[in-house]
Design a protein around this ligand. Structure first.
Ligand code: FES
Ligand code: FES
Length: 172
C-alpha cells in the first residue's frame, strides 16, 4: 500500500502539485514542503491558533488537518494576505496598534481577524451574540469571543482588539 499521495492545491494564488506522505498535516505541508514559514507551529494540538490559515474563505487550524484533505482547495497564508509595501489592512492595523510583541502568534491572529470580520459581516452568530434577530456588530465582546482560539503568550490582547476593531470600523 502506498504511503504517499499526489495533491494539487492553490496556495496564495499559486498552483502546487506535490506528493506527500499521507500523514502530513496541512501545517507541515506549508512549512516543510512549500517553505511558507509564516504560518507557525505552536502546540501542534489545536490549542493555540498559531497555525491558523484560511481555506476556502474559512479559518482552520492547519495542524489539525491532513494536507490530502485539501486536494483542490484554495489556501491563503499570511504570505498571501499582503507583502511589505502592500500590507493587507489587518496587517497594517496590527503594526499601527502594536498588536504583537514576539510576533509568534501574529500570523494566526491576523488570519483569524480577517475571517472574524467576514463572519460578522455575514451575520453569523457567536456565543457572545445576545440578539439573534438583530444585525451583529463588531463589538469588543464579539471580537474577543471569536478570537478566543488564538492564544498570545505575550498578552498583546488589548492591542490586537484595537487593531481588529479599527479594521471593522467600530470604536471600542
Ligand atoms: Fe495548531 Fe497550536 S499549532 S493550534
Ligand atoms: Fe508573542 Fe503573541 S506576540 S505570543
Amino acid at each position: 500500500m502506498s504511503l504517499t499521495s499526489k495533491l494539487s492545491f492553490n496556495v496564495n494564488g499559486k498552483s502546487h502539485d506535490i506528493e506527500l506522505d499521507n500523514r502530513t498535516t496541512l501545517l507541515d505541508a506549508l512549512r516543510e514542503h512549500l517553505h511558507l514559514t509564516g504560518t507557525k507551529k505552536g502546540c501542534d494540538h489545536g490549542q493555540c491558533g498559531a497555525c491558523t490559515v484560511i481555506v476556502e474563505g474559512r479559518r482552520i487550524n492547519s495542524c489539525l488537518t491532513l494536507a490530502l484533505m485539501h486536494d483542490g482547495d484554495k489556501v491563503t497564508t499570511i504570505e498571501g494576505l499582503g507583502q511589505p509595501g502592500n500590507l493587507h489592512p489587518m496587517q497594517a492595523a496590527f503594526v499601527k496598534h502594536d498588536g504583537f510583541q514576539c510576533g509568534y502568534c501574529t500570523p494566526g491572529q491576523i488570519c483569524s481577524g480577517v475571517t472574524v470580520l467576514e463572519e460578522i459581516k455575514a451575520n453569523i452568530p457567536s456565543h457572545a451574540t445576545s440578539d439573534l434577530t438583530d444585525t451583529i456588530q463588531a463589538t469588543p465582546a464579539e471580537i474577543r469571543e471569536r478570537m478566543s482560539g488564538n492564544i498570545c503568550r505575550c498578552g498583546a490582547y488589548s492591542n490586537i482588539l484595537d487593531a481588529i476593531t479599527e479594521v471593522a470600523g467600530t470604536r471600542v
